[in-house]
Unconditional design. Structure first.
Length: 370
């Protein structure tokens, strides 16, 4: 027998009491996201959702999962943790809506080296805010304390969203035809892609996130500006989807406009996009100048001011434009669908003069670094 003091789980760095305290702290946040179909409370072994109570007759389920990437590092370094959860929700629910599905419920996974109740609550408060904005219920999740895996204050987030659409109502790129119009919905900034490059730029220019915002005239720090949360487009788009007025949607994430727009097109079709047709937030000009990015690299890495593209019939363009604008979106007429001799769908993005801050005309095509 050993005379050593008996070990506990807390001695190994895991505090079960902190986990229980966090669950109690976030219960009101989860309750604030309640919607038809989701009435259960947190704390069970699994979460329930009633599709019939949500109004569906013959639904097809659509699922999405995502994270926030290295934007988390900026949140951690600045201590601004109450918006990163909005990003997490946005990255998932925007991927559901582009399928034509209504987001129904959300679950999160929060893993850290040391569980701190206040920090965890701040993060989940952002998740709950995103869920309310998207109209989906936060019905469960997991918080994990793993000191052997995450060093110091490091943490990671993952999100899981499920939506549904009535059978036959999902969007199909086969319905897109030459002559269709392409609208763009303005982004709130960088959203949640390209932050490894952003952090590299900040490092090489010897900036700190506490510096005054260097790319526009707004007050606040660089860190706060870069943490502007990803825009959620669900509420603006859902009524149009239900009315059958949208042919296709593209969530502009990793790969930018160059790679994401073709995902909504059938073979033999090309999206001709005019980069001078919208006003990009000033952060993109700063990134371009600070890193000397080529048009291809800029457009393949960042959303460049367009967070979602919307393909509609030409005759519905003005109506859809007005509805989206009335819903609070910044809407731009950015291009059209044309026939293409290229074997696969692609986007061709053209800039003239000062578009996105370049001095000479340029053109970027899917799959080509020009």
């Amino acid at each position: 027998m050993s005379n050593k003091k008996p070990l506990t789980y807390k001695d190994a760095g895991v505090d079960i009491s902190a986990g229980e305290a966090l669950v109690e702290a976030i219960k009101p946040l989860a309750a604030s996201t309640a919607r038809p179909g989701a009435d259960g409370a947190l704390g069970g072994f699994g979460a329930l959702f009633d599709l019939k109570a949500a109004g569906f007759r013959d639904p097809v389920l659509v699922a999405a999962t995502d994270g926030v990437g290295s934007k988390l590092k900026i949140a951690l370094e600045t201590g601004v943790l109450d918006t990163i959860g909005i990003d997490l929700v946005a990255m998932c629910v925007n991927d559901l809506i582009v399928q034509g599905a209504e987001p129904l419920f959300f679950l999160d996974y929060y893993a850290t080296g040391k569980l701190e109740v206040k920090k965890g609550r701040d993060i989940v408060a952002g998740i709950a805010a995103g869920c309310r904005e998207a109209g989906c219920a936060l019905i469960g999740g997991e918080s994990a304390e793993m000191p052997g895996l995450y060093a110091g204050q490091d943490f990671d987030l993952a999100g899981f969203a499920v939506g549904a659409a009535e059978r036959g109502a999902l969007l199909d790129s086969a319905n897109v035809k030459p002559g269709d119009s392409i609208l763009g919905l303005g982004s709130s900034g960088i959203h949640s892609n390209g932050f490894s490059l952003v952090r590299k730029i900040v490092e090489e220019h010897q900036l700190t996130y506490s510096n005054i915002n260097v790319f526009d005239g707004h007050l606040g720090t660089l860190g706060e500006a870069l943490l502007t949360p990803t825009r959620i487009y669900v509420r603006a788009l859902l009524p149009l989807l239900r009315e059958g007025k949208i042919k296709a949607l593209a969530h502009i994430t990793g790969g930018g406009l160059v790679e994401n727009i073709p995902r909504t097109l059938p073979p033999g079709c090309q999206a001709d996009i005019d980069a001078g047709s919208w006003t990009a937030p000033p952060v993109f000009r700063w990134l371009r100048q600070a890193a000397g990015l080529s048009p291809f690299e800029l457009l393949r890495t960042f959303n460049c001011g367009i967070g979602m593209t919307v393909v509609v019939k030409k005759e519905l363009e003005n109506e859809v434009f007005s509805i989206l604008e009335a819903a609070g979106e910044k809407v731009y007429r950015i291009g059209q669908v044309v026939k293409s001799a290229h074997p696969g769908p692609r986007a061709v993005i053209t800039g003239k003069g000062g578009a996105l801050g370049y001095n000479q005309p340029w053109q970027v095509k899917t799959g080509e670094a020009l």
